[in-house]
Design a protein around this ligand. Structure first.
Ligand code: ASP
Ligand code: MG
Length: 406
């Protein structure tokens, strides 16, 4: 008997009818001879609604209570699914994070899973129960409810699949799978049958919003195959899995963009040891993630430092950076929120030369200026003006021939 973990996203559980549809899928999987563990998201829009309530109550809600509040959306959907399955004649039980014991660290709003107690679930599965677990939530060692960050129920699902050694973790969503790029801005985008963990990780952290980046990290670490597919049809989706020889033949597998970034430039900073540390340490102390960093060549003992952060953090960044800039004697700080980070990703890049120059040439041909560049072994990212995002994605999709398979 195989064990299958299925996770249903917010749009797949948005109302009673859709939850019935989920129940039918779960039953089919069970009737096919599998043990089934279901992980549920909150109904689409519900977590936003709860966050909004918290922020209307207080500008800076107490974090323990904030997590207690925003985790409740999942309590609704797990119990509704259990009620539905029971009505249809199946044994089903819902569990919240603390009931399973999904233990996390104490970092409210962005907690990491440390351990999952599998005993309760395994016992229920042995009795033939369909186990339904609330995604997005856990409990810390002091019994406080924690949440895993927006989109975190993917991570709940993969972590459960890993802990239970499931055959596969199926992620049901409102798209058919992972595409070469966002189909809503590039009609030629093509669904990928397969993608490697590393490519998916780069794409997820470079702005592709289908999977929570942490879930891909976990899947890779524990070698859980993740099948991303639609809950509205029976088509096969995209399998996120170990890299194979076929994948290496493809230079670029996907193109992503991220319009939620902002660029910060500290102008005319003295070029001496310790300056970068004095700038980036207070940012990391506040858990602010700095993505790209560029330091210009120094001229007469001064340099410019440019970096990008998530736009949601910009107010906090401004406070910190202006203080540091004053302390170190920088001339001024400039901000640009009209930027977009464009990334091309592919494991084949490791063995082909000229990928970067092809990207830069394609952008230059459209007179799109590149403001920043960063590379990893399997990714090249460029910061450009936000208004060119669609155009840039489309021309790169053509330049690398992504509409054709393999
Ligand atoms: N309900 C949570 C959110 O909206 C978690 C999830 O759906 O993955 O972020
Ligand atoms: Mg999601």
């Amino acid at each position: 008997m195989a064990l299958v973990v299925q996770k249903y996203g917010g749009t797949s559980v948005a109302n009673i009818e859709k939850i019935e549809n989920v129940a039918k899928r779960v039953i089919n999987t069970k009737e096919a001879g599998n043990k089934v563990v279901v992980v549920m998201s909150a109904m689409a829009g519900e977590t936003d609604r709860l966050i909004n309530l918290a922020l209307r109550t207080s500008e800076k809600p107490n974090e323990r209570e904030y997590d207690a509040l925003i985790s409740t959306g999942e309590q609704i959907t797990v119990s509704l699914l259990a009620i539905t399955l029971d009505k249809m004649g199946y044994k089903a039980k819902s569990f919240l994070g603390y009931q399973v014991k999904i233990v996390t660290d104490q970092n409210h709003k962005e907690a990491r899973i440390l351990n999952i107690d599998t005993e309760t679930i395994t016992d229920e599965l042995k009795r033939g129960t369909i186990v339904i677990v609330a995604g997005f939530q856990g409990v810390d060692i002091k019994n406080n409810i924690t949440t895993l960050g927006r989109g975190g129920s993917d991570t709940s699902a993969v972590a459960l699949a890993a802990a239970l050694q499931a055959e596969v973790c199926e992620i049901y969503t409102d798209v058919d799978g992972i595409y070469t790029t966002d189909p809503s801005i590039c009609p030629k985008a093509r669904k990928l049958n397969k993608i490697s963990y590393d490519e998916m990780l780069e794409m997820a952290s470079a702005g592709a919003k289908v999977l929570h980046p942490r879930s891909v990290e976990l899947a890779k670490k524990s070698s859980v195959p993740v099948h991303v597919r639609s809950s509205f049809n029976d088509d096969g989706g995209t399998l996120v899995t170990k890299e194979d020889k076929e994948m290496e033949k493809v230079v670029v597998s996907g193109i992503t963009y991220d319009r939620d970034q902002a660029k910060v430039t500290v102008v005319h900073v003295p070029d001496r040891p310790g300056i970068a540390a004095s700038l980036f340490t207070p940012l990391s102390d506040q858990n602010i993630i700095v993505d790209m960093i560029i330091q210009n060549a120094s001229i007469e003992g001064y340099t410019d430092l440019t970096f990008t952060v998530s736009r949601k953090d910009i107010d906090e960044v401004k406070k910190i950076v202006e203080t540091v800039a004053r302390d170190v004697g920088a001339e001024t700080v400039e901000y640009d929120e009209n930027i977009s980070k464009l990334s091309i990703v592919g494991v084949g890049m490791r063995s082909y030369a000229g990928v970067a120059s092809k990207m830069f040439t394609a952008l230059a041909n459209e007179r799109i200026n590149i403001m920043m560049i960063s590379t990893s072994e399997i990714k090249i990212s460029c910061v450009i003006e936000a208004k060119y995002t669609e155009l840039a994605v489309t021309i790169l999709h053509d330049a690398f021939g992504l509409e054709k398979e393999g």
